[in-house]
Design a protein around this ligand. Structure first.
Ligand code: ADP
Length: 272
């Protein structure tokens, strides 16, 4: 499933004194099966942009196409798009409310009106994909750790079998170990399920080593859109946008500036 954004502009509180242009004429395309990082400082427009991907927000101008169909053209019901483009919000655990993990994950598929057997299959699969065991089925989500709660919330979206999975700051508020675990898990599910994954983050360090493509947003615009290695070349510009590059990249570039020949990004540094 592909997503295409064409000259998209979005303005909050339009025609009021509080008017704010959050997305400024953005065009981009995400192909089926890609693993993309959407990076930008707080307030750069990331959350606003992803809410257009599944029709939660309607552009002030411009178009959104999912599989080449304009999602606001009324040809396709938005409900269907929202199941296919799954969005995991920031701090999704705040939306867990059922008595058990099983019931929480079953909520989405149940609302889709699926058969009981299908729901059961999906719930068990989703819980397993996010790395949780059967012993969690009957637990209250509130008994779980922060990282586990977040996995349950992700499982709830996966159980709807989306073609595209968008995660808004999935590591927010987790400790470094929890962060690595959840990112490893997301990366695994991209590989194993082959679904398109869009990872939203304000941290290059977190996301750079996992994704195949980075889209950098700043003040509602796309500044860079390339493979991580090429995006990281713009260290100074990124810093001026409040973004750092991974430490190892920074070090390599400093060495290059000092005349060292850096032959391999990770392993070999030799004097020029
Ligand atoms: P990010 O996800 O990168 O932090 P957002 O998309 O949340 O950025 O915000 C982009 C801009 O839109 C910011 O200036 C923010 O203050 C503004 N904004 C976000 N949500 C609202 C809202 N509900 N009403 C008015 N302005 C908003």
């Amino acid at each position: 499933m592909s997503i295409k954004i064409d000259n998209l502009t979005y303005i909050y509180s339009q025609n009021t004194p509080f008017e704010k242009k959050a997305i400024d004429n953005v065009s981009l395309e995400i192909e089926e099966g890609e693993f993309v990082g959407l990076i930008g400082h707080t307030g750069s427009g990331k959350s606003t942009l992803i809410q257009h991907f599944n029709g939660l927000l309607k552009p002030a101008s411009g178009n959104v196409y999912v599989n080449n169909i304009d999602i606001h053209s009324k040809e396709k019901p938005l409900r269907e798009i929202r199941q296919k483009v799954g969005l995991v919000f920031q701090y999704p655990e705040h939306q867990l409310f059922e008595m058990s993990v099983y019931k929480d994950v079953a909520f989405g598929p149940t609302n889709m009106g699926l058969e009981k057997e299908e729901i059961d299959k999906r719930v068990k699969e989703a819980i397993s994909i996010v790395g949780l065991g059967e012993e969690t089925y009957e637990k209250s989500p509130f008994e779980l750790s922060g990282g586990q709660k977040r996995r349950v919330a992700i499982a709830g979206v996966l159980a709807m079998k989306p073609d595209v999975l968008i995660l808004d700051e999935p590591t927010a508020g987790l400790d470094p170990r929890g962060r690595d675990e959840i990112l490893d898990e997301i990366s695994k599910l991209h590989e194993e399920l082959g679904i398109t994954v869009i990872l939203v983050s304000h941290s290059m360090e977190d996301v750079g080593k996992y994704v195949e493509r980075i889209i950098v947003m700043d003040e509602g615009k796309v500044r860079y859109d390339d493979i991580p290695k090429k995006v990281f070349n713009h260290i100074e510009e990124l810093e001026s946008m409040g973004l750092g590059v991974p430490q190892v990249t920074y070090l390599m570039q400093e060495l290059k500036k000092k005349g060292f020949l850096v032959t391999n990004e990770v392993t070999t540094i030799q004097e020029a």
